[in-house]
Design a protein around this ligand. Structure first.
Ligand code: IPM
Ligand code: MG
Length: 374
């Protein structure tokens, strides 16, 4: 009996279609190797949806997403859309998708692969063994708080947004962080700015209250500015970093640089189970390298691994994908963003998007890497 899954694929813009092609290839191999029947429905989203339908998130796209088992999103945006009114921009579509699927828990794992230690700008002695997870609240805070806008007061323009959190919003994301920490190294670092912001004080209070049900998990608190510093100073101290929307956005880009390239980072955005989760590389649409076979498909690949783990409860496929990526990296294969000449006497092999995708597919079921395979 095959396991049936329905995935909505949103390829989006820039390098999105290229890394999506690799995703489709990988999913076909998974179907064969692991007995799945995967239906992929492709929908316009982001800039391409603006071009074709005049809005970044057409209703039909959202409806299709809502009815699927998981949503796989590549990347959206581009300079062409930067001057549109805010609600018409690709980024507004992304916020609409997150809200429309109630995807409040954004998981961004940051693993440093030993084979890529030289690709980071941080000293490798500090990086080795880093394995942390940013749990970012995704549907609240200053991204969504009202009132917001730009208006004229006393003859000058005033711009304002609101960082608002309800107790229940904080509690549900804190629970996600504690539950996951329980299965990892049992430590949660909650990030806030409680020395200045009232909303952060409530955040801290509710996180502490929630922690009472998780006495096996250690809880510590850091102000966002200190957390940003600690992340570079000693990233190994962290296990789960829990943060509100904007703080998590900033910290996860910072954490990405520990891995050498933002092209390595996957993410999952989970809701309350009513709607499917979204799986998405942390990187953007990189219009400057689009269509040149230069993009790193690994973030997309690892996002698929997360999809199997979190939406399909299949750790076997998750591990197979993950190990395949590891094997390919250990054997010295690199896309341009993680290519580093001649360190430790090893000459890496430079690959394009497609060739990297091919190798990951091949190694999914090979017991070891055949160097002659490309
Ligand atoms: C991210 C991105 C988005 C965000 C943008 C594109 C709206 O930076 O997913 O981290 O700020 O959430
Ligand atoms: Mg971001």
């Amino acid at each position: 009996m095959k396991t049936n899954k329905k995935i909505t694929l949103l390829s989006g813009d820039g390098i999105g279609p290229e890394v999506s092609k690799e995703a489709e290839k990988l999913l076909t191999v998974i179907e064969d190797q692991f007995n799945y029947k995967i239906d992929i429905e492709k929908k316009d989203f982001g800039g391409i949806a603006i071009d074709n339908h005049g809005v970044p998130l057409p209703e039909d796209t959202l409806k299709t997403c809502q009815k699927s088992d998981a949503v796989l999103l590549a990347a959206i945006g581009g300079p062409k859309y930067d001057n549109l009114p805010r609600e018409k921009r690709p980024e507004s579509g992304l916020l609409g998708l997150r809200a429309g699927l109630n995807a409040f828990a954004n998981l961004r794992p940051v693993m440093v692969f030993d084979s890529l230690l030289d690709s980071s700008t941080i000293k490798k002695e500090m990086l080795q063994g880093t394995d942390l997870l940013v749990v970012r609240e995704l549907t609240g805070g200053v991204y969504f708080g009202k009132p917001k806008g730009i208006e004229v007061r006393n003859n000058e323009r005033v711009g304002f947004n609101n960082m608002i959190y309800t107790e229940s919003e904080i509690k549900r994301i804190a629970k996600v962080a504690f539950e996951i920490a329980r299965k990892r190294k049992k430590k949660v670092t909650s990030i806030d700015k409680a020395n200045v912001l009232d909303v952060s004080q409530l955040w801290r209070d509710v996180v502490i209250e929630t922690s009472k049900n998780y006495s096996d998990v250690t809880l510590e608190h850091l102000y966002i500015d200190n957390a940003a510093m600690q992340l570079i100073r000693n990233p190994r101290q962290f296990d789960v970093m829990l943060a509100e929307n904007l703080f998590g956005d900033i910290l996860s880009d910072e954490a990405a640089m520990l891995t050498g390239s933002i092209g390595m980072l996957p993410s999952a955005s989970l809701g309350d189970g009513k709607y499917p989760a979204i799986y998405e590389p942390v990187h953007g649409s990189a219009p400057d390298i689009a269509g040149k076979n230069l993009a790193n498909p690994i973030a997309m690949t690892l996002s698929i691994a997360m999809m199997f783990k979190y939406s399909f409860n299949d750790e076997k496929v998750h591990d197979a994908i993950f190990n395949s990526v590891k094997k390919v990296l250990n054997a010295g294969y690199r896309t341009k963003d993680i290519y580093e000449e001649g360190k430790d006497g090893v000459t890496p092999s430079l690959l394009g998007t497609k060739e990297m995708g091919d190798l990951i597919c091949k190694n999914l079921f090979l017991p070891y890497l055949r160097f002659s395979s490309i």
